[in-house]
Design a binder for this molecule. Structure first.
Ligand code: COA
Length: 263
């Protein structure tokens, strides 16, 4: 399905694709600080499930407006849920984490709760130094319910994960980078340029190798070292059979940039 068709059906998100294959998704609820409600969840899942993967080389997520990437789950919609419905929050985060192209959260402002979980479900995170990160759920008598506890502990370790979840305090982007929660914290004036340089690398990279590397890395934490090494060497062997590898070799020999086709 074409992105333009999906965008015309969407109210809570805006999406577009450029000629490099960057699928840009913006949570478009700036009056609610881009809080993640059912519409954001459903429209984002629908987009990522319906879009033609071959047309996409990478996905970026950002928040509309000046203040927030996302201030978390929409508190009103959480309050209206039955316990059974509350179990349904995770599919969004799994769909994002499993999307077969690299994903990047471009964060400028509050990155809290369910918004923070969306960022953690992405492969990479770049933020302005004005951004703040936290899990305020404990203050509502809840815990992060979209994979936050699990992804957090894997990224930053148990002590820091517990500090964020138990205390509910926000940390700034520099500390988030220091903790390994995000890849880069950059001054606001360098933000667009930094995001663009990540997008350039991801969009011009070899799609099959990036897809396979994502799968191998996503599974690394939950696998024994031996099984992980076997998975990696099989993936490596497979990639040596691709046309992209031939192109990469040729480009190296001819001293030019490769043009990968994803085959
Ligand atoms: N769900 C629904 N609405 C939200 C929201 C959320 N998670 N976060 C912010 N909003 C709304 C506010 O209610 C406010 O609406 P109003 O203008 O109709 O009053 C609007 O967004 C702007 O937020 P406001 O609180 O006025 O901005 P602020 O700069 O003073 O504070 C925050 C920003 C992020 C500190 C504060 O909005 C906040 O604590 N939000 C809730 C965060 C949270 O608990 N998330 C986890 C939910 S499980």
């Amino acid at each position: 399905m074409r992105v333009a068709d999906i965008d015309s059906e969407s109210e809570a998100i805006a999406c577009s694709i450029d000629d490099r294959g960057r699928l840009a998704v913006t949570i478009d609820r700036s009056d609610r600080l881009n809080a993640v409600d059912d519409a954001v969840r459903e429209e984002t899942c629908h987009l990522l499930e319906a879009v033609d993967d071959d047309a996409v080389r990478c996905v970026t997520f950002e928040g509309a407006g000046e203040k927030a990437f996302s201030a978390g789950a929409d508190v009103d919609s959480v309050a209206d849920r039955t316990p059974a419905e509350a179990l349904d929050v995770t599919p969004l985060y799994e769909v994002v984490a499993e999307f077969p192209r690299p994903t990047l959260a471009a964060i400028d402002g509050y990155c809290l709760g369910g918004g923070h979980e969306l960022a953690l479900a992405c492969d990479l995170r770049v933020a302005t130094t004005d951004s703040e990160f936290g899990f305020p759920e404990i203050g509502l008598g809840l815990l992060p319910g979209g994979g936050g506890t699990q992804r957090l502990v894997r990224l930053v370790g148990e002590a820091r994960a517990k500090e964020l979840v138990f205390r509910g305090d926000r940390i700034d982007a520099e500390r988030a980078a220091d903790w390994g929660l995000i890849n880069r914290a950059v001054p606001p004036e360098a933000f667009d340029e930094t995001v663009e340089s990540y997008v350039d690398d991801l969009a011009s990279g070899p799609p099959v190798a990036l897809k396979v590397a994502k799968t191998v890395l996503n599974n690394a934490e939950d696998t024994s070292l031996g099984a992980g090494m076997a998975m990696e060497s099989q993936a490596f062997g497979f990639l040596t059979t691709t046309e992209d590898f031939e192109e990469g070799q040729r480009a190296f020999q001819e001293d030019r940039e490769p043009e990968f086709e994803g085959r």
